[in-house]
Design a protein around this ligand. Structure first.
Ligand code: HEC
Length: 152
């Protein structure tokens, strides 16, 4: 009965997979008996494949969009980078200012974005003007970053 032994071997191997997939062992026996050992395998594969290939495709799109958008769209991440390179030397890392000579951005009024934009672009007393140095999306991003640090 070599056919039977082969069935047991194949089925035994498949049992591990079937058990993992919580498929009843009977399904394997049934499928194998009907010389349909192959159909028994596809369901797990078919069930896994669309999920596996579907998930990266689905998550890949927003990720790609986010990556592409990060270059041009204002974001907290871009703001953090721009703030760190342009503003942190005076206003402190993460807005933690080291001297009262510099404005403490943690106290900046949340609702006065206009003043923020004007002061940063045109300068405010001891602060230099940033117009022409920082890009509009960087200014917007720095505002977002300040908001994220201040918990707005
Ligand atoms: C060379 C040091 C220096 C740098 C760099 C600097 N600032 Fe300032 N900033 C100041 C000082 C000094 C003040 C306080 C001005 C005053 O009130 O006399 C100030 C004030 C401010 C104010 C408050 C202005 C107001 O309306 O009262 C904002 C907002 C501000 N800075 C944002 C920024 C941003 C954003 C950057 C980076 C793009 C930046 N600063 C870079 C020195 C600096």
């Amino acid at each position: 009965m070599s056919l039977g032994r082969r069935f047991i071997e194949r089925c035994g191997a498949r049992l591990a997979i079937a058990a993992a997939l919580l498929a009843p062992a009977a399904a394997c026996a049934q499928a194998a008996t009907g010389a349909a050992g192959t159909p028994a395998a596809p369901p797990p594969v078919a069930a896994t494949a669309p999920t596996a290939s579907g998930t990266p495709a689905a998550s890949g799109t927003p990720a790609a969009a986010a990556a592409a958008g990060a270059a041009a769209e204002p974001s907290v991440a871009l703001g953090r980078r721009a703030y760190t390179s342009y503003c942190a030397r005076c206003h402190g890392l993460n807005l933690v200012v080291s001297s009262s000579a510099f404005y403490d951005l943690r106290t900046f009024p949340k609702h006065d974005k206009e003043r923020f934009t004007r002061s940063v672009l045109k300068g405010a007393r001891a602060m230099p003007a940033w117009e022409g140095t920082i890009k509009p999306e960087e200014l917007e991003s720095i505002w977002l970053f300040i908001g994220s640090v201040n918990g707005w």
